[in-house]
Every structure is written in C-alpha cells, then in structure tokens.
Design a protein around this ligand. Structure first.
Ligand code: SF4
Length: 484
C-alpha cells in the first residue's frame, strides 16, 4: 500500500514539476519566474505543514531577489540544463530527498534513537586510473571494490530509512561506469553524484547520463593548469576542460570539488578561477580543507590560521549578493554554522569504503562495522556511530566542528573507547599518530576561531538533529559555548 501511495504521489509531483519547469523556462522575466517559485514553495508548505513554515516563508523572500546567489544558481540550472534532466533532478532531489526523505528520516530518528543520514557516500572501487600527490585513495590498496550487489544493498536499505542522495567517491568511481549506470537505472527515485577526476567522461557516457537524469559529476580541479597538473599529473587540466565542455553540451548539471592546501589556496579562490569555472558551465562547488590523513600525509600542507581566515571571508564574499561572479562555493570545514557542526557518523552522512567498512566520515578511516555483515541500520547503531550520535556537536563553535582536526582529543578517545579499527589496509595509521598531527594545528586555530565566532550572535537553528537531553555521554562533546 505504501509503495502504491508513493507511486501515485511521485506521479502527481512529476506532473507539477513538469508544468512548473515549462512555465519557468518559457520566460526570462524575473517577476514571472518568481511567481512560479513561490507556487513551488506553497506546494512544499502544504506537503510539509507547519514544521517547515519558517524555512519556506524565508525561501519566499529570496525568490523575489534576482541577486540572491541561490536564485542565480537555480536560474542557471533552468536555463542551461537539458529540460528532461532538470525535471528528473528536481523530482529526485526536491521531492524524494528534501521533502519525502527528510520526513521519513526524522520519523526514523525518533523510532530508532540513532543518527539517520540524509546522504550516504560509498566507494565503488579503490582503483584509480591516476596517482595524485597526497591522495589517500590509492593507499587503501588497489584491489578492493564493492560488488553491484553491495551497492544495491546500500541504496535499497538507505532508501528505506529515507536517504535518497548518494555520493560516489573512491578511487575513481567511473572505473566502475557500467555498474554505476546500472545502479542509477535501478534506483530511479534516487539522485547520485560521482566525485571524479574527469578523465573517463566521454560522449557515450554523457548520452547515457542525459537520458538517466539522476547522476551528476563533481569534477576535481586545483586552480591553474600549473597548480593542478603539479598535483594531478601533466595533461589532467586539459582533461577536466574537455569533460566540462561535454557536460555543458549535453545539459548535464555538474559542479567542482577542490581540496585547498597551504600551497594552492590563492589559485583556487582567484576571480579568474571562479570566472573560468562559470564560463565552462560549473556554477557550484565544494571546497575541502586539506586533512593530514594517512601515514604519508604532509601536515605542512594544512592551511595556516591566516589562510583559513582568508578562506572563510573569501568564500562568503563570493557567495554575497554584491559579488558579480555567479558561482556558489560551499566550504565543508567552515560552513558548519549552516548545518549545526559535524554532519558525520550518520547525522547527515557517512561513508562506506570499497572494503565495505562503514566510516563516520570520508576523512575518518576507522570503523567497527561492515556492509558485508550488517544492515545499514545496524551499522548506524554500532558503538563508533553511537559515539558520534551522542557527542555531536563536538564543539558549539562551528568553526571548530571536527573531532579530528579541531578537537583531536575527542577522536582519540572515541576510537579507543569503541575499539574501532583503522581501515587502511596498505598502511595502517594509529589514531594517536593521526591526532598528534592535528594537535598543534587545533591549538593554533583556536584563538582565531574563537575571535571570529564571537564577533556576532549565532542563532540556534530551528531544527537540529541532536538535543542536549538525549546525551548519554556528554563528556564526548567539547562544549565551550553554551546554547543560546
Ligand atoms: S568528522 Fe570532521 S571532517 Fe568529517 S564531517 Fe565531522 S567535522 Fe567534518
């Protein structure tokens, strides 16, 4: 019965989205577009009820503002994406994931008393056709892969809990192109994003992805041809440019993935870099702070406190309405304020590596549970994941969100108390070795983060998926800022 109701609801939503996209794409008059967006917000309000009233009312104020960066991003997608691709994306991301999925997730959090994620990351394979300097994926060993059945299990069980968004990491996920496409086809009501080095994106793949409509790509790029190829190898920059041209030609929405280090921070945040990306058709991207993970990691590549301060200001400046560059960057380490701090351990997401080990975060290579022996729900209830559930937020200063990078004593303690094992078979790294590399960094960053955080008042978000009351082990959290 539930499946039947869902099918009917999805069909009705598809009809509404079809009509709305057609109406929006037929006009470039901003006022008319804004009316359609308001209509979408009203439909969402009916679906969600009072629970989302505050958020949806504030969305209605953004849609009237053509300079708002979110609206610019949405308008670019409408104008440049293949219409059928855009409709499927909106249906799967908007309806299945944001509306229906979020509702199911909230119910399941209450029901199961553990974190239930909105997004699951997994590595189809640890194999990669490139060998970038400082990339840990090769250090997992080049032999492990999740079978199609493993990936199918992850998505089937994740979906039942409410997760409709999946990110494929690695290794290079497109080494498993055929299985990835088969997975997207089978789970037609989910949306997938592959973090890729771009080199395996060709015309044939674009044709298939355009037809599927539920797969996007996040292309890794590191600044100028020189800074990029120094880390990724000669000729890689050219491959990314070629992939961007193809994706743009086929109307497939795509973004970028950038790891910022002490060495490349200026190159990956220059006006020229952002302009190049938007000219090529990328309008959004994730920025990841370099993490000293792995025995061979070079801690000296971590940004200095001054560089991190620059990054906070620069990303916010690019996102401001005054900035004319139509790119929307998101900074995984510095945007904790908007998501209530650390999102790992299944609070919003977690990661399954190519051996099937469930890790709380893509950067935390420790595990106490595996997809080959446990269900997703059982994994979320493992001692390691429950320590995240009970410890979050690890710091009330969301500029210091991480139990590893900014609060290394917490990860040290969590891993030891839960007996989690390290997951890097090739070069096992002890938790003390990892956390020791973060101690000086955390100390140096603390005064900067405190000053920046205390510069303004921070409102407690209307919805946080943790509460003080449920906490069984408050000592796992480094509360330095009481909730206001
Ligand atoms: S564990 Fe650290 S890097 Fe991972 S989501 Fe949490 S804060 Fe971010």
């Amino acid at each position: 019965m539930e499946n039947f109701t869902h099918a009917v609801e999805r069909k009705a939503m598809a009809f509404v989205i079809d009509k709305l996209i057609n109406n929006v794409s037929q006009t470039d008059d901003y006022e008319k577009r804004a009316e359609v967006y308001e209509e979408i917000a009203d439909i969402a309000l009916k679906f969600y009820g009072d629970e989302a009233k505050e958020t949806l009312e504030s969305i209605k104020t953004y849609v009237r503002n053509p300079e708002n960066k979110w609206m610019r991003l949405i308008n670019h997608v409408i104008d440049e994406a293949n219409p059928e691709y855009a409709k499927k994306m909106l249906l799967n991301l908007g309806y299945e994931s944001f509306f229906k999925g979020t509702k199911t997730i909230r119910e399941n959090r209450e029901k199961y008393h553990c974190n239930i994620p909105w997004l699951i990351l997994f590595d189809p394979t640890s194999a990669c056709n490139m060998h970038c300097v400082g990339c840990w994926s090769g250090t997992y060993g080049h032999k492990s892969s999740l079978s199609f059945e493993d990936m199918d299990k992850i998505v089937t069980e994740g979906k039942a809990l409410g997760a409709h968004l999946y990110m494929l990491t690695g290794g290079e996920p497109m080494v498993r192109k055929n299985d990835v496409l088969r997975l997207c086809e089978k789970h037609d009501d989910c949306f997938f994003a592959a973090y890729t080095n771009s080199t395996l994106i060709d015309e044939d793949l674009c044709k298939k992805v355009q037809k599927l409509g539920n797969l996007t790509f996040m292309l890794s790029i590191e600044g100028t041809p020189d800074t990029n190829d120094a880390r990724r190898g000669a000729g890689h920059y050219g491959s990314v440019m070629k992939a961007m041209d193809l994706l743009k030609e086929y109307g497939i929405v795509f973004g970028t993935s950038v790891c910022y280090t002490r060495a490349n921070i200026e190159a990956v945040t220059s006006d020229d870099f952002f302009r190049m990306l938007t000219d090529k058709g990328a309008y959004f991207g994730f920025y990841f702070h370099f993490m000293p993970v792995g025995n061979n990691a070079v801690p000296e590549l971590m940004p200095t406190p001054d560089q991190r301060m620059y990054m906070i200001r620069r990303i916010r400046e690019i996102r401001s309405e005054e900035n004319p560059i139509p790119f929307f960057p998101m900074d995984f380490q510095n945007d904790g304020e908007y998501v209530g701090g650390c999102i790992a351990g299944g609070r919003n997401y977690f990661h399954i590596n190519s051996n099937g080990d469930a890790e709380p975060c893509v950067f935390i290579h420790f595990s106490d549970t595996n997809i080959h022996t446990h269900s997703i729900l059982e994994m979320l209830k493992s001692p390691l994941f429950m320590a995240y559930h009970e410890g979050q937020p690890f710091n009330r200063n969301h500029l210091r969100p991480c139990p590893m990078l900014e609060n290394p004593e917490l990860l040290r303690r969590i891993v030891k108390e839960t007996n989690a094992h390290q997951t890097n078979e090739e070069s096992p790294e002890e938790v003390d070795h990892l956390c020791d590399k973060c101690t000086d960094y955390a100390e140096a960053w603390k005064p900067y983060a405190e000053e920046e955080w205390n510069r303004e008042e921070h409102k407690k978000p209307s919805y946080e998926n943790y509460t003080e009351e449920k906490r069984l082990h408050p000592e796992l959290a480094a509360f330095e800022h009481p909730v206001s």
